[in-house]
Ligand binder design. Sequence first.
Ligand code: FMN
Length: 213
Amino acid sequence: MSDAATPADLNLFDVMYNCRAMRRLDTREVPEADLLKMVDAANQAASGGNQQRGRWLIVRDPAQKKAIADLNFEVSRDFVQARIDRGEELPHHDKSTRARMLDAVLYLAEHMHTYPALIVACLEFDERPDDLAASAGSIWPGVQNLLLAARALGIGAVPTTYAINKRAEFESILDLPETIAAYALVPVGYPLGNFGSVTRRPVEEIVRFDRWS
Ligand SMILES: Cc1cc2nc3c(=O)[nH]c(=O)nc-3n(C[C@H](O)[C@H](O)[C@H](O)COP(=O)(O)O)c2cc1C
């Protein structure tokens, strides 16, 4: 599949295999209808007990975007720079590939406020639980649907969590009531670079049949 493939050319597997984290995005506005289409797709995902507690905030107001971007910058900048400085690598990511990714994370931190929309994935509870992580499985399928829908529409997106590490500040910027908790922050916009295929470990390495040993 070529990088220039239009949404109509993409089948589901094309979308899944070409849904890279897109961190360098244009400032050009994304039509509201497409933002809503992405959230509607997110809302089709499974949730535990079909409770459908997913809530989505689309942030476009410049001051709100700046406040969120500042928080993301504050949390990620030094941490990511330190990872670049020590030449981080992984078994499946050599130093230069890793450095390119971390550079993109820094670029995102520096430019997030200029992107057309920041989508925040939340869950609404009757009463806020002490352990928010226990419910995370009911929002991440929706986040993945959101990413796939964005890719199918030719819109770049990346799931992020750095800013949410400062949960109290993050939720206060968004005026979230006690009963709504944020789980992911997804900046979206038209990509400055090309879409491309993801690079993952081969399936033979990560699967076993029947038992592990
Ligand atoms: C739970 C989770 C948290 C993430 N947090 C961040 C983040 O805070 N900042 C960021 O730039 N990317 C973040 N990412 C994106 C991952 O780094 C990205 O999905 C991964 O590197 C694979 O990228 P690729 O699809 O382009 O290969 C997060 C992804 C997940 C699933």
